[in-house]
Design a protein around this ligand. Sequence first.
Ligand code: UD1
Ligand code: UDP
Length: 362
Amino acid sequence: MSELVLHVTGARPNFPKAAPVIAALEARGVPQLLVHTGQHYDERMSDVFFRQLGIPMPDINLEVGSGAHGAQTAAIMTGLEALFVERRPAMVVVYGDVNSTVAASLVAAKLGILTAHVEAGLRSFDLTMPEEVNRMVTDRLADVLLTTSVDAVAHLGNEGVHAERIHFVGNPMIDTLLAHRDRFDPAPLRAELDLPQTYLVATLHRPGNVDRPQDVQELVQAMHAVADQARVVVPLHPRGRDRLRAAGFFDHPQMQVVDPYGYLEFMGLVRGSAAVVTDSGGVQEETTILGVPCLTLRPNTERPVTITHGTNRLVRRETLAEAVREVLAAGPLQDWPVPPLWDGQAGPRIAEVIVRRLAGAR
Ligand code: UD1
Ligand code: UDP
C-alpha cells in the first residue's frame, strides 16, 4: 500500500503551519507530495514564504486563483479529485480553515482517503465567518484531528468526536516562529520606513471589517483615531485595498500603508512594535509568543487561549482608540503565560501521530 502523504496548501496562513510538519516527516523518511492550490498567488502572499521558510517548492500548483466561494472551492475540488485518483495518497494533510482546506477534506472523504487536519477544533461559533464553516466541515470529515489548544480538544469532544481521533500536539505555527525568531530584526524596516521609536502595526482583511461600505467607513474612523496617537504601519492584504483606499483610509499623515511583507520582514516589524491591531488569526498567536500587545478588531475569536495566556484582547471599532491609549500608556509587557505545547515541537509530534496512523492503516 502507498505510504505517500499529500499536503494541501494554498493560502498565506497555510505555509507557516505546513513548514514544520513537512520538515518533521522528511526527517523520518516519509514520502511526501506538496500541493499548492493557487488560492493565493501574489509573490508576497505565497512564494516568499517558500523561500524564507525553506519549504520545498510545491510539486503541483493547481493555479485556481481568486473567485467566489463556490467557484473557488469547486475549482480546487476538481483539481484535487483528479490528482488524488492519480496519486492515491495514503493520507491527505490539510491546514487551518481556508477554502483550500475544506475543498481537500471533501474530496479526500469521498475517495475514502485518510485525512489529517492540522489546527482542528478551533471555534468562533460565528457562522457568518466563512472560516467557521470550513472548520466545522473539515473536522466532521477528518480522521485525525490535530489540535493546538485545550479548548479545541473540548470543542471536538462536545461535538461528539471520539477521543481516539483527537491529538493535542501544540501549535506548528509557533514552531516556525521559534525556529526563525533570531532573524526577526526590526532595524531594516525601521530605517526604510523612517519609523519613530514607538509605532504600531495593523493588519486588516476580514470580510467583517473590509467588505461592506458601512464597516469600512467605521474602520477608517477608528483607525484614524489610532493614527492620531502613533505611527501605524499597515501591510495591507489585497482583499480590501481598493475599498479602503476609496474610503480615505490611506489619507492620514501617520498611516503608512504598504504591500504585504514576507514572513521575516513582517515578524521583525511586529517584534519592534508597541502593539498590533489586527483581525488575523495567526497574528493573535504570534504576538502571544513575542509578548507584543495585540488588539483584535473582531467580535469573537476562535483562539481564546491567546487571551487567557497571551497578549490578546478583543476590541470593537468604537473602543479601539481607547484601548490603544491604554496599551501605549502601560508600556512593554514584562511577563505573560504561554499556552501549553507552544514550544517549537508540534511538527515532530504531528509527524509521530501521522507515522503511527499510517502504520496502523497498513
Ligand atoms: C483567505 C481565507 C482567510 C484567510 C486569508 C489569509 C478563505 C475563505 N479565506 O481570505 O481565512 O485569513 O486568506 O490571508 O479561504 N488576492 C490577491 N492576490 C492573492 C490572493 C488574493 O490580489 O494572491 C485578492 C483577490 O482580489 C481575491 C481577494 O484577495 O478576490 C480575496 O482572496 P481569497 O483567497 O478569496 O480570500 P482572502 O480574503 O485572501
Ligand atoms: N504575514 C506576513 N506578512 C504580512 C502579513 C502577515 O508574513 O504582511 C504572515 C503572519 O505570519 C500571519 C500569516 O501571514 O500569521 C497569516 O496571516 P493572515 O492574516 O493572512 O491569515 P489568518 O491567520 O488570519 O488566516
